[in-house]
Design a protein around this ligand. Structure first.
Ligand code: PDD
Length: 281
C-alpha cells in the first residue's frame, strides 16, 4: 500500500516522520477519517470544513496550495492502491510539523506542517448492525475542546480499552451526569418518539454521520431534540444508536447489563440505516 507523506507517495513501510514531529511529541495535530465507497468520497465537503475549522483553531500553517491539493491526493491514493471498487477509509493527519529543541509553545510560523494521508480497505460491521451491540457507560475524562478533531486521543484510547476488556462494542461517555458521545462515535437516543442527541458544543465532536442523520430527520419529519440527556434517562430510551464514519448506524441493545427497549434494533434505527446506505452506496 502506498501512502502520501509531505508531498511524496511511497510504500507505507518506507514512510517515516521526524522524532521531533509535534504530532508525536505533543499530539499537536488534526485528523480526519473519511469513507470512500466505489471511488466516491462520502461527504468530502463536510470533512474538509471540519478540518479547516480545526486547522484554524490550532493555527497550523497549512498553505492554501497544500489545502487545495488534499482532495486530489485522496483520489490518487484510491487509484494507486486499486481501491476504486471497494469500501475504503481515508485517514488524513496534519500536525504542526517538526521543531527542535522540544518546546511547548508554537514554533516559528514557517515550520512546515506534516501531512500524512492513507487509504485502507474497510469492512463495515454488518452483522452487528443487524443484531445490535452492547455498551457501557464510562466517565468522560476528556478536555473541554472535544469539538476539535485533534490527535490527542489518549482518553478515547483508554475508554476503548475498557470496552474491550468488558467485551462490549460501545461506550457512552458521561460528563457531569450528561450523555456526551462514544469514544469514536456520536450517540442518539429515541425517547417518547423524539430523537435526542447532545447539542453541538465543546464537549462533543459534531460528527459528519450525525450531520447526515439530522438532515434526514428534518426531511423525514422525525422529531429531533438537540438537548442534553441525563445518564438516568438513557435507560428509558426505546432506541440507542451510535453513529460515525466507521461505526455507521450501530444500534445498542444493552447498556451496563440493562436491556434497551425491546432488546433489538428499533424502527428509527432501521430507517437511518436504510438512508445511510442509500446515500453512501
Ligand atoms: N471518529 N465522536 C468522536 C469522539 C469521534 O472520534 C468520531 C469519529 C465521531 C463521529 O464523527 P464522524 O461521523 O464524522 O465520523 C464522534 C473517527 C471515525 C475515528 O477517530 O476513527
Amino acid at each position: 500500500m502506498n501512502i502520501y507523506l509531505n508531498g511524496i507517495f511511497k510504500p507505507r513501510k518506507e514512510a517515516t516522520i521526524s522524532v521531533d514531529d509535534r504530532g508525536f511529541l505533543f499530539g499537536d495535530g488534526i485528523y480526519e477519517v473519511l469513507r470512500c465507497v466505489n471511488g466516491r468520497l462520502f461527504r468530502l465537503d463536510s470533512h474538509l470544513r471540519r478540518l479547516d475549522r480545526g486547522i484554524r483553531a490550532l493555527s497550523i500553517g497549512l498553505s492554501e496550495a497544500q489545502r487545495a491539493d488534499l482532495p486530489e491526493i485522496m483520489q490518487k491514493l484510491i487509484e494507486m492502491n486499486h481501491l476504486q471498487d471497494q469500501d475504503t477509509t481515508i485517514y488524513m493527519q496534519i500536525t504542526r510539523g517538526a521543531s527542535s529543541p522540544r518546546s511547548h509553545a508554537y514554533p516559528a510560523e514557517e515550520t512546515p506542517p506534516t501531512i500524512m494521508i492513507s487509504a485502507t480497505p474497510f469492512q463495515p460491521n454488518t452483522m452487528l448492525h443487524q443484531t445490535g451491540a452492547h455498551a457501557i457507560t464510562v466517565p468522560d475524562v476528556r478536555w473541554s475542546r472535544c469539538d476539535l478533531k485533534t490527535v490527542n486521543l489518549l482518553p478515547n484510547v483508554m475508554i476503548a480499552q475498557q470496552a474491550k476488556e468488558r467485551n462490549v462494542f460501545g461506550t457512552i461517555m458521561i460528563r457531569d451526569g450528561i450523555v456526551t458521545e462514544g469514544y469514536n462515535n456520536n450517540v442518539f437516543m429515541v425517547i417518547d418518539g423524539t430523537m435526542y442527541t447532545h447539542p453541538d458544543s465543546p464537549y462533543i465532536l459534531s460528527g459528519i454521520t450525525r450531520e447526515v442523520i439530522l438532515e434526514f430527520a428534518e426531511k423525514a419529519g422525525i422529531p429531533v431534540a438537540l438537548v442534553p440527556v441525563r445518564e438516568s434517562e438513557v435507560f428509558y430510551a426505546r432506541e440507542v444508536i451510535l453513529t460515525g464514519t466507521t461505526t455507521d448506524i450501530q444500534p445498542v441493545i444493552r447498556i451496563n447489563d440493562r436491556t434497551v427497549g425491546d432488546g433489538e434494533p428499533g424502527p428509527v434505527t432501521r430507517l437511518l440505516q436504510e438512508e445511510l446506505v442509500k446515500q453512501m452506496f
